[in-house]
Design a protein around this ligand. Structure first.
Ligand SMILES: NC(=O)c1ccc[n+]([C@@H]2O[C@H](COP(=O)([O-])OP(=O)(O)OC[C@H]3O[C@@H](n4cnc5c(N)ncnc54)[C@H](OP(=O)(O)O)[C@@H]3O)[C@@H](O)[C@H]2O)c1
Length: 241
């Protein structure tokens, strides 16, 4: 090969190698298509249903999976029922929607399976249901940091927390402008997963910050209970576009 042609060939080859390196991190972890819903109650069944309709395969879990038969039969072949451990094994990501008082025990019992797992954390802490001690801890340290303490090693994004499930149901897939859902997390892949799941459920994702920032939209804070569009929510929470 003449020297000039060789130089051009080398440059093209180097650029091609760079392009492969540039796209590899994105391709290495594909978007989750199988979701485990842990806690198939009001909020879990609401979003599990929306994701089945959006084309996801969903395993709904509770400690009494036999009670989930009517739900999964109604949703068809993309819906399944199982135990929380089965949902953790099944899901590329899991949606955690159990009473907050269950987190400490759930984290201990499933410690190995939670390591590295993407967890979309929908839980909230109330004194009446979850106990004053846990609610005090959440008020003091912030709910994102508290969830991470009880679910060590999990890649957590907080989302789907800040309004009642009936408000989510009413607004899902509404015409533009869509309702905005705040997200917070430390792990980029967990954030990206939450963004995709928010969009595929028919809402707009608004990333507020790291897990620490989840306190901005936790129960009792001004960012909780808002039914807003993206620009309105950004302004309320001080998030730059
Ligand atoms: N409801 C809302 O509008 C709303 C909105 C945003 C966030 N949230 C939060 O989402 C979470 C769930 O609320 P929800 O209203 O959906 O509750 P829910 O209707 O009472 O459902 C709770 C689900 O969790 C399961 N569960 C309870 N304890 C469990 C445990 N130790 N391990 C595994 N599964 C357990 C229950 O099934 P089994 O008892 O059969 O196991 C049930 O499927 C709470 O943290 C809540 O604050 C709720």
């Amino acid at each position: 090969m003449p020297f000039d042609s060789f130089r051009i060939f080398s440059r093209v080859a180097a650029l091609a190698a760079l392009a492969v390196v540039a796209v590899t991190p994105v391709m290495a972890e594909p978007s989750p298509k199988k979701i485990g819903i842990i806690g198939a109650g009001k909020i879990g069944s609401t979003f599990g249903t929306l994701w089945v309709k959006a084309g996801y395969d969903v395993l709904f879990a509770s400690r009494h999976p036999e009670e989930l038969k009517p739900l999964v039969e109604q949703l068809g072949p993309k819906a399944h029922a199982g135990t929380p451990a089965e949902a953790l094994a099944y899901g590329d990501a899991v949606f955690l929607a159990v009473p907050y008082k269950a987190y400490p025990e759930f984290g201990k019992e499933n410690a190995a399976a939670l390591k590295g797992k993407i967890v979309i954390d929908a839980g909230n802490a109330t004194a009446a249901r979850d106990g004053a001690e846990l609610r005090d801890e959440v008020d003091k340290n912030g709910i994102g940091v508290t969830s991470q303490k009880y679910l060590p090693g999990a890649r957590i994004a907080r989302a789907f927390n800040a309004v009642n499930f009936k408000v989510f149901e009413k607004n899902a897939g509404r015409p533009e402008p869509r309702m905005a859902i705040p997200i917070a997390g430390d792990d980029p892949k967990a954030i990206e997963t939450a963004r995709t799941l928010v969009s595929d459920a028919g809402f707009d994702p608004v990333v507020v910050g790291e897990l620490e920032a989840a306190k901005k939209f936790q129960m009792g804070q001004p960012g909780f209970g808002l039914e807003l569009t993206t620009p309105e929510l950004r302004e309320k929470l001080g998030v730059k576009p």
